[in-house]
Design a protein around this ligand. Structure first.
Ligand code: ZN
Length: 76
């Protein structure tokens, strides 16, 4: 009886580890790719602040930190 319980617990732990590894593998790749794109900084053409490319507003080949600055346009 004691051995059987231990075996079941060990099996559950094993299944948990395998499922966790599969989940991590599936989720890890796209996140890493997204992080690479987002970590690239672009300069706001209006105020000069640096923002991640993923969050920047793009217009006419320029990048802006916000919708408001995109509407105001480049200052230089
Ligand atoms: Zn700005």
């Amino acid at each position: 009886m004691g051995r059987f319980v231990l075996l079941v617990i060990a099996l559950f732990i094993l299944i948990g580890l395998v499922r966790g590894a599969l989940k991590f593998g599936r989720r890890g790749a796209p996140e890493a790719r997204a992080a690479d794109g987002a970590s690239e900084l672009v300069r706001c053409a209006h105020c000069g602040v640096h923002v991640p490319r993923g969050e920047a507003q793009l217009a006419d080949g320029r990048s802006y930190c916000s919708e408001a600055h995109r509407r105001l346009g480049a200052r230089d």
